[in-house]
Design a protein around this ligand. Structure first.
Ligand code: HGA
Length: 611
């Protein structure tokens, strides 16, 4: 979602800010802007609706130079995506703020500030922050002290960056509910909402924690914690992953990330498999003891991660014999929940900053769960920090807004969880675990074979380019895979797509099937195949065009209106992971044919850090 970049240096930092914004572009946004303390000693800003390229064009026409500045990409929550609403927001001519998040008491603050004579020039919640800060600054005289007093009055979530022409020796930051990281340089320092934005200038980072306020100068950084005490935050050095913001030989990040799946799945398995069993300690030192007590599992997640959780429900009940419930976080967090004794609370999120999932975890803490486990792709995220146990997926930064490699690595992590819980409870036979461990070792190679279907799927995609609707069918653990397939197609090709458990077809959706509604089915070679074959007949009988992804041994072949794509053979339990790949490729190629913005689909954003 929104991105923040800031810098204080001895050189002109305009290019650093613009490059930082570009590196955050993948998160999705509607406008961008920056403000600099210019060479004449005044604050100046440029803002544009649309892509960072628009802002760059504006800067090319009217250049801006300075050694202290803040920049922002906005994904509107309060007020339309317009130039007036784009950040940075100013109070007078000498104070500027950029903000990620939502200020919940903005209406009350706005009324109060209007009463004090402030005139608002935007519809955003953010503008109350800058005027309140100005008011405090006039009262208290020092910018850092004024920021501390300001945040004490804000309700909601924020990551803030602040500069003032009155005290141009510092860049200030405040974090509550929205991540911020300081990038450490030599004689210069930086700030961003994601370290990716700063990989061009440093590999040393200091992550701010909830409630922290930071005063960043050219050659020093001072942090205060939520209680106002000065604290030292650890400096971490990241050596790998600088290349992640680069598409390499691929046309889109999404295609690159689809093709990375064999290697990131391999990385997710590394260090977690023994000879014949999953290494439970991978989940944390107390995991073995806790897992032995688990009598229920509650999974909470959003979007693609929710689909991963739905697959895990089939695995946990079938293989580990544990009752499992799965719910979307935005529902769970506002519902009165009855907690069964000894329930493990599992959250799944790529970024670990998903607002609804984080809120659900925070609520769950008071409800008496046995323990919380986060399955997450970002080790330094809030979700990880606030959970008792963690299993990190090793997908690396995911830039395409439509999640691909994060999903398959989440599935791998959830299979590891299933096996670990099953063994700890004594409900999974050693031989079954050993067999699946062996299959997991082979999984990266199988995924590589599935990627070799690339060209075949590209051809099949032509069937969809002119269609307006698509139905996805699956049975058992392939039903959530069908849901994920439908979500991908919706997200990037804007074709209306729905997923149904195949057995539900005749209870309603069959009425919609005609030549404008192709039907996509995932049909591995398991005991549900015969039933699925009858469902397919039902579609053919109504003139619907069928695309079936099936095991070679499934006994399904091409026919009139039926296109069968053979998927490499795999053990049933792992089929959901493998069958995801051709569905990702399908949505990708349909989107390419339709000419949509594959990596940054309209209206969507990566890492949904607002409610
Ligand atoms: N509420 C602010 C910032 C929005 C945001 O953080 N989006 O991710 C606005 O609407 O400008």
């Amino acid at each position: 979602m929104c991105g923040i970049v800031g810098a204080i240096a001895e050189r002109n930092i305009t290019a650093v800010l613009v490059e930082g914004l570009k590196r955050l572009e993948y998160r999705g946004y509607d406008s961008a802007g920056l403000a600099l303390f210019n060479t004449e000693g005044a604050l100046e800003r440029r803002r544009r609706v649309g892509k960072v390229a628009e802002l760059e064009r504006a800067l090319a026409g009217e250049p801006l130079a300075g050694r202290l500045g803040i920049a922002h990409t906005r994904w509107a929550t309060h007020g339309a995506p317009s130039e007036n609403n784009a950040h940075p927001h100013f109070s007078g001519n000498d104070l500027a703020v950029v903000h990620n998040g939502i200020i919940e008491n903005h209406e009350a603050l706005r009324e109060r500030l209007k009463g004090l004579g402030y005139v608002f020039s935007s519809d955003t919640d953010t503008e109350v922050i800058v005027h309140l800060l100005d008011h405090k600054l006039q009262e208290l005289g020092d910018l850092t002290t004024a920021l501390k007093a300001t945040v004490a009055e804000l309700h909601g979530a924020y990551g803030l960056a602040v500069i003032s022409a009155k005290q141009p020796d510092r860049l200030l930051a405040a974090r509550s509910g929205s991540p911020l990281v300081i990038g450490l340089g030599h004689g210069e320092n930086f700030l961003a909402s994601d370290q990716l934005a700063l990989r061009q200038v440093t590999d040393r980072f200091m992550y701010l924690e909830e409630g922290d306020i930071a005063e960043i100068r050219r050659d020093s950084v001072q942090v205060w914690d939520a209680s106002g005490r000065p604290v030292q935050r650890e400096t971490v050095q990241h050596r790998e992953g600088a290349e992640a913001a680069d598409k390499g030989e691929y046309r889109h990040f999404m295609l690159k990330e689809i093709h990375e799946q064999p290697s990131v799945v391999q990385r997710t398995l590394e260090g977690r498999l023994g000879q014949q069993q999953v290494l439970v300690d991978a989940f944390g030192p107390q995991a073995a003891e806790l897992f032995a007590k688990v009598r229920n599992v509650q999974i909470v997640a959003c979007g693609t991660s929710y689909h991963a959780g739905m697959v895990a429900r089939y695995w946990l009940e079938e293989l580990a014999g544990v009752p499992c419930q799965v719910e979307v976080a935005s529902e769970f967090r506002y519902r009165k929940v009855v907690v069964q004794p000894d329930t493990l609370f599992v959250t799944i999120s790529q970024s670990g900053e998903t607002a609804d999932t984080l809120a659900a975890l925070r609520n769950a803490k008071a409800l008496g769960y046995l323990a919380s486990l986060a399955i997450c792709n970002v080790g330094i995220s809030s979700l990880v920090r606030e959970s008792d146990l963690t299993l990190l997926t090793q997908a690396g930064p995911e830039i395409g807004v439509a999640s691909t490699k994060a999903f398959t690595t989440q599935l791998v992590a959830l299979m590891l969880l299933t096996l670990a819980v099953g063994r700890a409870r004594g409900s999974l036979e050693g031989a079954v675990e050993a067999g699946l461990v062996e299959e997991l070792r082979r999984l990266p190679a199988r995924l590589g074979e599935a990627l070799a279907m690339d060209r075949t799927v590209e051809k099949i995609a032509e069937l969809f380019a002119e269609k307006h609707h698509t139905l996805f069918l699956g049975r058992g653990a392939q039903y959530p895979v069908a849901m994920e397939g439908a979500l991908k197609l919706k997200e990037i090709s804007y074709i209306h797509a729905e997923a149904y458990p195949a057995g539900e077809l005749k209870h309603g959706p069959l009425a919609l099937v005609d030549s404008d509604m192709p039907v996509v089915t995932v049909a591995p070679n398991n005991e549900l195949l015969e039933k699925l074959k009858s469902n397919l007949q039902e579609v053919r009988a109504r003139g619907g065009e069928l695309v079936v992804f099936a095991d070679r041994e499934a006994g399904l072949d091409n026919g009139e209106g039926t296109h069968v794509v053979h998927v490499p053979h795999i053990a049933d339990a792992l089929a959901p992971i493998l069958y995801t790949v051709p569905l990702q490729l399908l949505s990708y190629y349909v989107a390419v044919l339709k000419g949509t913005d594959v990596d940054q689909p309209r209206n969507l954003a990566k890492s949904v850090t607002v409610e």
